[in-house]
Write a protein of this length. Structure first.
Lengths: 342, 410
């Protein structure tokens, strides 16, 4: 017996010793970076959440996964790039007063919202509406969405080439709060707060306005809603428009964090993660998109630090996604756009 | 609907205003914190480069005769995120072919281009097509290590000699391939030279090494780490190709407070990484290898790139006025980039073989195997595995938004 246990111990020791070659836990770093990882995760997660809104609302109304939404987002990033370039922004932070800076950034955001919103509506008109008119099966929509995604990506590729646009530095982040050595910068705070405000406004719009009620009615039962006098086509256009507008806003915040983010396929991975965020929170559920986005942001960061390197971000994020879906198949908050209280 | 959008924009504008105003008070005082100025050590620019007096030129003697179908091929990324390196090489090779054809009316060599997008998954199919075209008797490429690893056996089987002007993973010459030749030093040379540069000229006492998931990055990180030893033992991280957000990596680096960060990978990830490090307050030096050394790095990292140094087995071709001027005629006005001169030299070696009367693949392979002459960039003579007999690593830095040469480093 002692012999066996020694062998086991030796093997166990070997396993532990071999472990670090491909997997290791860095608990020390996880603890010491916990708060900075959390803050970064929340800021980046807020961007996921804004993009996830587009996926979740379109799914809620049409049961369609709009894979081209990541391109609606990246078109917004180009809009931000061109607007800020025209306003004189470049590869170093501009020397602007606070009012002028805010004015420029808000203008860039409005342009991006407008452009992304228009692209989303155009996409609906060109790619999805003809299919809907012909009562095409759901699979046809899915394939069309993937096709539209590639079409927009490579249209941008043909126009702007393979490389990202040069960096647009909006401002140099300043520490705003320093809580026991944990620094929150102006950039993180702007992204997080502005995203939350936008989400709340959207949530209130859907839950409290007449148009929002129409939107929920179509999501719940399109035929009955039509009989009750809701213009279904208008609601669908509205849904795409809201999703696009939020993606445009997300593009500004994304460019704040990733100044050279405007690239033809730059929305692809972010789009997948935003879609995952929508599923995590409960697809079709607006508050779920917010929760899912923030969770995905922080969980990925925790995983990357805990496992000792950045390559674990997506692995951990998606493993957690699968684990949560096993317990709650409809996402954390459930699929509820159509089932919300009136 | 219009009203909702108005509410949305007003609300978010208000949020932006509140937050920015909150931190406006300290804008003046600390505006240069984290400006990422280069480490206190000054490594001065070097502006001249000696040219070997007997360098072989593509023009030859102007008397060459060859079949009109004679073709050499270029395979490498002409599109994709890291396409610029491939384009630099292609332009260099194109210039050599143009000069050759202009000087030799009796021998018009064609340069055929194959776009691999730098993708190891796509390259094998494209190279299979390349080797199947019989008029092709030599090739330039492939630029990246991953795609070179995936395609070396295809060239070998076809007996087609190919010179890579930029793939630097050491294992590429350990496959027994007789047709693979490397026209520059490998990472086994570059890694130790980078380590020596970081701890020597830059005087770093603590270093973080960050690698990507490519064959190139992994190999380079290993050789650099081996040479750095304890200096970098506590601060290691890894990123993935296509990653854009490097918060966790930046948090780790900020916590470790290193004097320098060495990034083993390409500029597509290196640029946003450096930018995000500096944004977080990193003030040390950012050192990257040849894969990061590109004007695109400066564009994409913005003014954060002022803290960057590069190591490269590549010669600063732009310092040779004669070459630089001619190159601009091919590239549409762009100055020579990383590996342009190596691409030019590689093509010149193949062209010199064709001019000597070689007509087939076996002959050209034999020509390169026994080659022993100066090129513009260096002396070309290979050992039995396809490595150069003697290699040099060159140092660069970013200064005033441009990459400048700082002398040889090993």
């Amino acid at each position: 017996m002692p012999v066996i246990s020694t062998i086991l111990l030796a093997q166990g020791h070997d396993l532990l010793a071999q472990g670090p070659d491909w997997i290791k836990f860095d608990v020390g770093a996880f603890l010491s970076q916990f708060w900075s990882d959390t803050i970064d995760g929340l800021a980046y997660g807020a961007i996921y959440a804004l993009v996830a809104m587009g996926y979740t609302m379109v799914y809620g109304v049409l049961q369609l996964i709009n894979f081209a939404h990541s391109e609606v987002f990246i078109v917004g990033a180009y809009a931000v790039f061109f607007t800020l370039s025209a306003l004189g922004f470049g590869t170093s932070a501009p020397n602007l007063g606070i009012a002028a800076l805010v004015g420029d950034l808000v203008l860039a955001m409005l342009v991006a919202m407008l452009v992304s919103g228009l692209v989303a509506v155009l996409l609906e008109r060109v790619a999805y509406r003809p299919l809907r008119r012909r009562n095409a099966p759901r699979l046809a929509f899915l394939i069309t969405a993937i096709g539209a995604s590639f079409a927009i990506q490579y249209a941008i590729f043909a126009w702007r080439g393979p490389n990202p646009e040069p960096a647009i530095i909006m401002f140099r982040p300043q520490p705003v709060f320093d809580i026991g050595g944990v620094i929150i910068t102006s950039q993180q705070l702007v992204i997080f707060l502005a995203a939350i405000v936008l989400m709340i406004v959207t949530d209130q719009f859907v839950n409290r306005t007449r148009l929002g009620r129409g939107l929920r009615a179509v999501a719940q039962d399109p035929d009955t809603a039509t009989l009750m006098g809701v213009n279904k086509e208008r609601v669908i256009v509205l849904t795409f428009l809201i999703g696009g507008v939020l993606a445009g806003a997300a593009a500004l915040f994304y460019m704040m964090r990733v100044p050279a983010g405007a690239q033809f396929n730059g929305g692809f991975i972010l789009g997948i993660k935003a879609f995952a965020a929508a599923v995590l929170g409960g697809i079709g559920n607006i508050r779920g998109a917010l929760l899912g986005g923030l969770l995905l942001g922080v969980i990925g960061n925790y995983g990357a630090t805990l496992f000792g390197n950045g390559q674990w971000i997506d692995v951990v994020a998606f493993v957690v996604l699968v684990a949560i879906l096993m317990v709650r198949p409809t996402g954390i908050l459930g699929e509820s756009l159509g089932r919300a209280r009136v | 609907m219009a009203r909702a959008r108005r509410i949305a924009t007003i609300a978010s504008a208000a949020a932006l205003a509140v937050v920015l105003a909150g931190c406006a008070a300290n804008t003046g005082g600390s505006s240069d914190t984290g400006s990422g100025g280069p480490s206190k050590v000054d490594v001065p620019e070097v502006t001249t480069l000696p040219v070997p007096p007997n360098a072989v030129k593509p023009a030859g003697n102007g008397q060459a005769q060859c079949a009109s179908t004679t073709t050499i091929a270029f395979a490498g990324a002409q599109s994709g995120a890291n396409a610029q390196l491939g384009i630099n090489i292609l332009n260099g090779a194109q210039l050599a072919v143009n000069q050759h054809n202009q000087a030799n009316p009796g021998c018009q060599v064609q340069l055929k281009k194959f776009d691999t997008e730098g993708d190891p998954g796509k390259a094998p199919g494209i190279v299979t097509q390349l080797v199947s075209e019989q008029p092709t008797i030599g090739a330039i490429g492939l630029p990246f290590s991953g795609e070179s690893k995936a395609t070396g056996a295809i060239f070998e089987q076809a007996g087609l000699v190919h010179l890579t002007p930029s793939a630097t993973n050491p294992s590429l010459t350990q496959n027994g391939w007789k047709t693979f030749f490397r026209a520059l030093g490998n990472d086994a040379v570059q890694g130790p030279a980078a380590a020596k540069f970081i701890t020597g000229k830059l005087g770093a006492k603590k270093v973080c090494v960050i690698q990507d998931d490519s064959d190139y990055g992994i190999g380079l990180a290993k050789t650099t780490n081996d040479a750095l030893g304890a200096v970098a033992a506590d601060c290691q991280d890894k990123v993935t190709t296509g990653q854009k957000d490097f918060s966790t990596v930046a948090n780790k680096v900020i916590a470790a407070k290193p004097d320098a960060v060495f990034y083993a990978g390409y500029y597509a990830e290196g640029a946003p990484l450096d930018q995000q490090l500096v944004t977080k307050g990193f003030t040390g030096a950012f050192v990257g290898p040849d894969g990061v050394k590109d004007d695109k790095f400066i564009q994409q990292a913005g003014d954060a790139s002022n803290n960057a140094f590069f190591t490269c087995p590549c010669v600063p071709g732009e310092l040779l006025p004669e070459f630089a001027d001619a190159y601009k005629g091919v590239s549409g006005g762009q100055a020579p980039g990383t590996y342009s001169l190596e691409g030019y030299d590689s093509a010149t070696i193949l062209l010199a073989g064709i001019d000597s009367g070689i007509k087939d693949r076996a002959g050209l392979l034999n020509w390169v195997t026994n080659y022993d002459k100066d090129g513009f960039s260096k002396h070309f003579k290979w050992d039995g595995t396809g490595e150069l007999a003697a290699t040099t690593v060159y140092g660069y830095k970013v200064q005033g938004g441009k990459i400048v040469y700082v002398g040889t480093i090993g």
